[in-house]
Design a binder for this molecule. Structure first.
Ligand SMILES: [Zn+2]
Length: 630
């Protein structure tokens, strides 16, 4: 050993000691299961993927025949699964989400009798060249199929295996769970095809069942999908359309090509086109081909009577890369003639402002199912309902498109940490929507969640770290959306907008195409902010408790703002002076790092008449202690 090496070793030891000290001092709890990873080589205490981080890859080639009347799909599918893990895998877990509709299966809510089916019927499976005995070599659970007895006993690490499936299934027509047939000629199809589960460095195979409440967790891959259906239908899907000239009417094709280049919205299919039946080539059937690269899932929608708008915009100034935004909707879908425009504005906002990461996909479809409210995201697609008020329409578009970053670009595990995507999708629309609506208060919806669901101040308000799959009902909704939303706002106030965005951007960049855990989020923010934020993570993410602030007079007559609950956030106090003028004094999240009370200071020499804690942005529990009279 040379001297130089000794010095290097000493430095290495020191840095290891420092890292461990840093780890010990994070002040947040990591189960041994997680601690092991951060002391290993797949994840780091700074929140970066480790030097041996890996993620598997799954490519799909799917051919689909859709019966638009019965919503029955027949498919053949070739999956290539690449085992990039260090383990030899003696089984493969395949998810059959549409088994949620299978008779006798476990569900979180009731399904209409008419939608109870035989789930996903597998007619043939060839694994690694070997035709599998579907009775004896496959084990089915509620929504998983487990393939063992693989031809080479295992899929060795670094190797791949090809799986060929023939299957059929039916989409729901009354109990649409995130997708289904919504009306005659209106279908949004998702979660219908056999899909390989994630095998990761934390949990191994993801074998959690899909029972309705919890969402998804996916590896990335390339999709080539062909959809055959009646010739008068239009199809929109995850991926870029490969053969538009084959099925579109010549004039529609021309308008479609124009829209792809246009920075103003083009009405590709108009009411007249529909009346004149000059939308497609009207053959008996058409086969639509889509290709998507490096996406975590595939979905498609179709209609025989929908309008279609399109527009294009720049996503990345440095490369000149553009995104095509399209809206597909029925006549009379409220505000939807503006959907493509708001989609375009959203791409621009995301790419340059929040999160300031270029929109990653080449296209995005806003599909309106004409049901009231709510929406569901899939890569490059949103299956949106209608809203009677415009801010609802706009924020839904932004929300569903925000999911592009979480869980699609960063492969968050929604089944365990739904707040890691729903929190951001709730957070992102606030500032942007504020540009279009005067006095818009994005917080209001999330305050309403707390109050309407009666969760505020109850034990059902769960710490965010609670594994999502263990939460139910209203608790789950608050956990995923409202609590995460307020925590992220408190964090933004704490760090300031610039540093907050820097942390968020770095977190996205580090974990693009990977699977971040909550700790990767905490540690990245610690790392980029240059401080251990455990005092903040603990109450919001680890502890039960509520947000409760109160005003009191000090002995010398000053106004004290007291933090009675355990959740730190920015609190605004409105002071009213003798001359009825008003001033709002803001106490930043940061104050609560080392204090449970603070004096409200003002530069005004005027006499104060009253003081009041503003509750239009905070889920304050006890309102009776928010007011002082002088
Ligand atoms: Zn969402």
């Amino acid at each position: 050993m040379t001297g130089g090496s000794k010095i290097k070793l000493a430095v290495l030891l020191l840095s290891l000691i420092f890292q461990n000290a840093f780890a010990q001092n994070t002040g947040i709890y990591l189960p041994q299961q997680m601690r092991k990873l951060y002391n290993g080589n797949t994840r780091t205490w700074e929140g970066k993927p480790g030097k041996d981080y890996w993620v598997n890859k799954t490519d799909y080639k799917i051919k689909i025949d859709l019966d638009t009347v019965t919503a029955r799909i027949k498919g053949s599918e070739t999956i290539t699964f690449y085992n990039n893990s260090p383990d030899d895998l003696d089984k493969i877990v395949v998810q059959l989400f549409n088994n949620i509709f299978r008779k006798g299966n476990q569900r979180d809510f009731e399904i209409a009798e008419e939608d109870i089916t035989d789930g996903v019927k597998i007619n043939k499976l060839i694994a690694g060249g070997k035709e599998m005995n579907l009775e004896e070599e496959i084990r089915y659970t509620s929504t998983n199929m487990i393939i063992s007895n693989l031809p080479d006993a295992v899929v060795e690490h670094g190797k791949s295996i090809e799986l060929y499936f023939e299957w059929e299934t039916e989409l729901p027509k009354i109990s649409q769970v995130r997708m289904g047939k919504y009306a005659d000629g209106v279908i949004f199809a998702a979660y219908f095809y056999p899909k390989v589960a994630v095998y990761d460095d934390v949990f191994g195979w993801d074998e959690l069942e899909y029972s309705g409440d919890q969402e998804f967790y996916s590896d990335f891959g390339n999709y080539e999908v062909e959809i055959t259906l009646p010739g008068n239908y239009l199809v929109w899907a995850t991926g870029e359309l490969q053969n538009p000239e084959e099925q579109l009417n010549e004039n529609i094709y021309k308008k479609y090509k124009e829209a792809i280049e246009s920075d103003t919205v083009i009405n590709i299919v108009t009411k007249d086109d529909l009346i004149n039946k000059t939308v497609t080539n009207n053959k008996e059937t058409n086969t639509w081909k889509f290709v998507a690269e490096n996406v975590p899932d595939f979905s498609f929608s179709c209609s025989d009577h929908y309008l279609w708008d399109g527009v294009s915009t720049l996503a990345d100034e440095s490369t000149g890369r553009k995104v095509f935004l399209e809206a597909a909707y029925g006549e009379g879908a409220k505000f939807y003639e503006e959907a493509a425009l708001y989609g375009k504005r959203t791409v621009e906002y995301f790419s340059t402002e929040l999160p300031g990461v270029p929109f990653p996909y080449p296209k995005f479809t806003l599909f309106n199912n004409m049901f009231y409210g709510g929406g569901m995201e899939t890569p490059m697609m949103a299956n949106d309902g209608e809203y009677s008020y415009k801010s609802g329409f706009v924020t839904l578009i932004i929300h569903e498109m925000a999911h592009t970053y979480f869980p699609f670009l960063t492969g968050v595990n929604e089944r365990r940490y739904s707040w890691m995507d729903e929190g951001w999708a709730s957070f992102f629309p606030g500032e942007m929507a504020g540009k279009y609506f005067e006095d818009y208060n994005h917080h209001k919806g999330y305050l309403d969640y707390y109050r309407i669901y009666g969760i505020l101040g109850t034990e059902d308000d769960l710490p965010l770290i609670t594994p999502t799959h263990t939460a139910r009902g209203n608790s789950l909704i608050i956990l995923s959306y409202a609590r995460a939303f307020f925590a992220e706002h408190a964090l933004q106030d704490l760090l300031g907008e610039d540093l907050f965005k820097k942390c968020l951007k770095e977190y996205i960049n580090r974990w693009t195409g990977k699977h971040p855990l909550p700790y990767d989020f905490f540690f990245t923010f610690n790392d980029v902010a240059g401080e251990d934020l455990s005092w903040f993570w603990k109450p919001w993410y680890y502890e039960f408790g509520e947000c409760d602030y109160a005003l009191e007079k000090s002995q010398s007559g000053e106004i004290k703002l007291i933090k009675k609950g355990n959740l730190p956030l920015t609190v605004e106090v409105k002071l009213k002076y003798e001359d009825d003028s008003e001033e709002i004094v803001s106490s930043n999240t940061r104050i609560w790092q080392n204090a449970d009370e603070v004096l409200i200071k003002t530069n005004s020499s005027k006499k104060i008449k009253s003081a009041e804690i503003l509750t239009n942005k905070i889920p304050d529990f006890e309102l009776s202690n928010n007011f002082l009279n002088f």
